[in-house]
Structure formats: C-alpha cells, structure tokens
Design a protein around this ligand. Structure first.
Ligand SMILES: Nc1ncnc2c1ncn2[C@@H]1O[C@H](COP(=O)(O)OP(=O)(O)OP(=O)(O)O)[C@@H](O)[C@H]1O
Ligand SMILES: [Mg+2]
Length: 243
C-alpha cells in the first residue's frame, strides 16, 4: 500500500534577473492507495513524475510524508528502493550492463551471493518474460519494447513489492504496448504508473488526475478519464501545468 499524507514539494528558484521565488510543484497530496493497479494521468508538467519519484525516494517532499508499504523513503532510502522498483520512460538510462543477462545478474547481486546461482536465476527471470533469445544481445541493439521488458525483468530481480513505472508505453508501438500491459497484468506486485496512454489507464483499478501539482480527480478509470478528456479539450493548451 502506498500512502501520501499532507505531501507537498516547493522549490526555490531564481529568475534571469536573480529574483528569488518559491515554486510549488506538488501541494496537498493525501492518498491511500491499496489498489493493485493505479495510474496517474495529467498534462505535461502537472507533477506526475515527481509524485512517482517520491515513492522510492528519488525526490523528497518538503512537507508531509510518503509511505511505501510502511517504509518512509526519506528515512530509509535503500529499503525504499528495494521495496519500490522504478522503471524509467526510456530504460536506456537504467540498463547499465551491456547485455540483458548481465543486467539482471547485477540486479540479483545484493540477494544472491554465488555467481553461478545468479547466472541460473537471471536466465530463469529472462525466460519468464519471454526474453531468452535476446539474453546475450547488446542492450543497444534491442528494440524499445524489448528494452522495457528487460528493465522490468531487472527491476523484478530485486523482488520489490511495488513497481513504479513512468510512462512505460510512451516509446512503444501497439504490439509492444499490449505486451507490456499483459506483463503488468500478470504481476503480483502493486503497480503505480504515470501515463498519457489513456487505453493503458483505462485497464487500471484506479486513476488519479494531477493538474497544477494537485490531485484534481480520483476514482474508477472510466469517469476520471472521461472528465479529464473534457477538461483538456476545453482548456487552452498548457493550462493544466503549474503557472
Ligand atoms: N527540482 C525541480 N526544480 C524546479 N522545478 C521542477 C523540479 N522538478 C520538477 N520541476 C517542475 O515541476 C513540474 C512538474 O514536473 P513533472 O516532471 O513531475 O511533470 P509531469 O507531470 O511528469 O510531466 P510530463 O507529462 O511532461 O512528464 C514541471 O513544471 C517541472 O519543470
Ligand atoms: Mg513525467
């Protein structure tokens, strides 16, 4: 379960003239998320990625507290990172080894001591995702969809209880989107993802709409997405982002 209590983020900024101002990036976020599949939707710059990053401590709130299955990422960032695995929009930034096999082996390192065991388990985890054929291919040669699935295998190797995915389908074609959605469906872990892919959002248990750094809508996918579409087609471009 993911919980946000009175969470806010304000940052100091200096404009071109050197004038100081404080910018509110998130405010008044109160959420209790027991659902297994939660999507965060909202326009560019609304605060979706910032919200997600708080769950595993990549960003710390300036007010309030976030709990990921009871772990406060500010007080215990290492545990929070194990608990909540993060998948970036472009997994190129997180696949650090040269092949899928080596990357999954690296993720296994903290919990599997023997090298031979890591090798065997990494091959099993890649097979689970249907990636055996590309286990030793250069990560640079992989397609976007393959890379997303390798990133998922690597993150799952750490045995997290929560998967955070920031726009996981943005770079994918229709077939790979479907494949990733099915992979998500089959996972036992809780999933919190941000997305502009409203088809993906519609398959989730609960959808949060973020605008101007605030949760403006929250509930079942159908009505939340419908109202979001209405607001976005009525509002002038860029109106949903923070001022
Ligand atoms: N450390 C920071 N300092 C200043 N501004 C920041 C910082 N981090 C984020 N922002 C700003 O906060 C706003 C929200 O950013 P965020 O990345 O969370 O948006 P988003 O909803 O994920 O947008 P997108 O759909 O484009 O990915 C943006 O205007 C961004 O420029
Ligand atoms: Mg984002």
């Amino acid at each position: 379960m993911i919980e946000f209590s009175e969470v806010g983020l304000a940052v100091d900024e200096y404009d071109i003239a050197g004038e100081h101002r404080q910018v509110t990036i998130l405010a008044d976020v109160n959420l209790s998320l027991p659902e297994r599949r939660v999507a965060v939707i909202g326009p560019n710059g609304a605060g979706k990625s910032t919200l997600l990053r708080m769950v595993n401590g990549l960003v710390a709130p300036t007010t309030g507290i976030v709990l990921a299955d009871g772990v406060d990422p500010v007080r215990d960032p290492r545990r929070a990172r194990r608990q909540a695995g993060y998948i970036f929009t472009d997994p190129r930034s997180q696949l650090v080894m040269s092949t899928p096999l080596a990357d999954v082996e690296l993720s296994l390192r903290p919990r599997v001591r023997r090298r031979a065991d890591r090798h065997r388990l990494a091959l099993e985890l890649l097979a689970d995702r249907g990636l055996s054929d590309i286990a030793t291919r250069s990560v640079h040669d992989l397609s976007g969809g393959e890379r997303q699935l390798v990133a998922l295998a690597s993150v799952l190797a750490v045995e997290p209880t929560i998967i955070i995915a920031d726009e996981p389908t943005t770079l994918l074609d229709l077939r790979n989107r479907e494949q990733l959605r099915r992979a998500f469906d089959a996972l036992d872990q809780q999933i919190l993802c941000s997305t502009h892919d409203l088809d993906l959002a519609s398959t989730m248990d609960r959808v949060l709409a973020v605008e101007n750094g605030r949760i403006v809508d929250d509930g079942a996918p159908g009505p939340v997405i419908q109202r979001y579409r209405e607001r976005m087609t009525m509002a002038p471009a860029g109106d949903g982002a923070r001022p």
